[in-house]
Design a protein around this ligand. Sequence first.
Ligand code: SF4
Length: 134
Amino acid sequence: MKEKQHKTCPSSLGQVGSNLLGVVNPSGTVGFFKDPVEVTQEFIDDAGDFENLERRFRFSNKCVQSGCKQWTGKECGVIKAVLALDSIPAKNDLPACSIRSNCRWFYQEGGIACNGCRYVITNVSEPATEAIAE
Ligand code: SF4
């Protein structure tokens, strides 16, 4: 089935044009924002420690599908890999999230994606890949 519109990637880079999706808490889980926050140059300047921006925040942007190395040809492979991990505790609540209606991972996997998503920290050493917080 062809998608009607571009989905939103929930693990994108911290750059102007992205949206701030959430903050990585000291516990390693992500606290999501209910409303989208546009990333501006001012935000980046104020955030400091630019090298580690994606270790402290989660960002969303347009899913580029085959333009991303995580695209399997028909879907995003990241959330599949995350949900296959035994270390993800089961939870039933859906965190408040600004992109759910158009989120790539939620579109693919449903509510269970949100459970795994809260443990994902974007890995920028290999663009568009992710790591689970230790
Ligand atoms: S998987 Fe769920 S919590 Fe994560 S970004 Fe998508 S809708 Fe939000």
